[in-house]
Design a protein around this ligand. Structure first.
Ligand SMILES: [Zn+2]
Length: 318
C-alpha cells in the first residue's frame, strides 16, 4: 500500500465491503478455524499476542479493480489456510532444488519516491490500466517497505540458493525505480519460474495485525489469463502461509481473510499477468506498532525469509 504519491488512500474501515462478488464464506469457516487452531498450537507465545477467534462474517473480493488500489492494499476474500505440517521442513532438508527456478519480486523500489512520473505511468494489467508501480508504505519511524522487501528477498535468495535453486530477482536495488508491475510479471514468465513470490508489507490501520498471502483470482481478460495458474498458485500460497505461521509465529491477518491468512485478488498486475505459479505475501502491517517492531527486527526478517522459503521448497518438491 502506498502512503505517499497519487494513489494515497485515506484510512479505510478495517473491514471494507467492496465489490459485487460474494463468496460463501460460511463453508470455509471450519477450515479457517482449523488453520487458526493450528496456529494457536504452533505459535510462539512469547509475543503475548491476544488475537481473538477468526470472524465468521462474510467478505467480498473486488469485482473489478478500482484504479486507486495499490499492489498491497486490502481486498478481502477468504479461503482456508492449510494445516502446517513438518512436511515442508522435511522436504527442505531432504533434497536439492537444482534445476528449479524461483522468481523473487521485492515489492516497490527504494528509488520510486524519487521518480513519480515514471512510476505513475499507466500500464495494462489485463483487467484495466494501473500505475506502473507505487512507493510502498513505511513504519512510523521511517523504515520503508521497499527496504524491508529487499532485505527479506535477499535473505530468501540466500536460503534457496543454498539448496541449489536458481533465484531471479525483479530488482535488486540496482535500478533507479520500478520495474513496472507488468514487467515484474514478465520477468518471472520469461524465466519460466517454477514458483514466483512478491514480497511486501502492508500499510493498513494501526491495530490491524498479522500476515496474509495473496492468491490470483481466475482472470481471463485482455492480456491476463490466470486460469492455468490459479490452482498451482493456491497450492504455493497455502504452503507459504502454513510455513510462515510455523516459522515466524505470526498470526494470520486480523483484518482480511477471515483469519485464514489467505486473500484472493484480481486487481494486481503482478498476478494477473503471471503465467507461472505466483503469490504475494504481506508479511505484516508496517503501520501497526507491534507489527512494526517485528518487521524492523533482523532476527524476525530472517524468520520471515525462512518461513517463506520452506513453503516454496515444499511446493517445488510437491
Ligand atoms: Zn507493497
Amino acid at each position: 500500500m502506498s502512503y505517499v504519491g497519487p494513489d494515497f488512500e485515506p484510512p479505510r474501515p478495517s473491514r471494507p465491503r467492496r465489490g459485487a462478488l460474494t463468496v460463501a464464506v460460511a463453508a470455509l469457516v471450519p477450515a479457517a478455524l482449523v488453520g487458526w487452531l493450528v496456529y494457536e498450537a504452533v505459535a510462539d507465545t512469547g509475543g503475548g499476542r491476544s488475537l481473538g477467534a477468526p470472524p465468521a462474517t462474510s467478505s467480498s473480493p473486488p469485482a473489478t479493480a478500482t484504479g486507486s488500489a495499490t499492489d498491497d492494499g486490502r481486498r478481502p476474500a477468504a479461503s482456508p489456510m492449510p494445516t502446517p505440517t513438518a512436511a515442508s521442513a522435511a522436504s527442505a532438508a531432504s533434497g536439492s532444488l537444482r534445476g528449479k527456478v524461483v522468481l523473487v519480486d521485492p515489492g516497490h523500489n527504494p528509488g520510486n519516491v524519487q521518480h513519480p512520473t515514471e512510476i505513475n505511468r499507466k500500464v495494462n494489467i489485463g483487467t484495466n490500466w494501473k500505475e506502473c508501480d507505487t512507493t510502498g508504505t513505511s513504519t512510523d519511524s521511517g523504515y520503508t517497505e521497499a527496504r524491508f522487501t529487499l532485505d527479506v528477498a535477499r535473505r530468501l535468495r540466500a536460503i534457496l540458493q543454498q539448496q541449489g535453486a536458481t533465484v531471479k530477482f525483479t530488482q535488486d536495488g540496482d535500478r533507479p525505480w520500478g520495474p513496472c508491475v507488468d514487467e515484474r510479471a514478465r520477468i518471472g514468465n520469461d524465466a519460466h519460474a517454477d514458483a514466483a513470490i512478491s514480497v511486501h508489507a502492508d500499510g493498513a490501520n494501526p491495530g490491524d495485525r498479522g500476515f496474509h498471502v495473496i492468491l490470483p483470482a481466475s482472470v481471463h481478460q485482455g492480456a491476463a489469463d490466470t486460469r492455468p495458474i490459479v490452482a498451482t498458485s493456491r497450492d504455493l500460497g497455502e504452503r507459504v502461509a502454513g510455513s510462515f505461521v510455523r516459522v515466524t509465529g505470526s498470526a494470520p491477518a486480523n483484518y482480511v481473510g477471515d483469519g485464514t491468512g489467505l486473500v484472493v485478488r484480481n486487481d494486481l498486475g503482478g498476478l494477473n499477468l503471471s503465467t507461472v505459479p505466483k503469490v504475494f505475501i504481506e508479511c505484516g502491517n508496517m503501520r501497526d506498532g507491534k507489527d512494526a517492531a517485528l518487521l524492523t527486527s533482523e532476527t524476525w526478517r530472517q524468520k520471515a525469509a525462512q518461513g517463506i522459503s520452506e513453503g516454496i521448497v515444499s511446493f517445488l518438491h510437491g
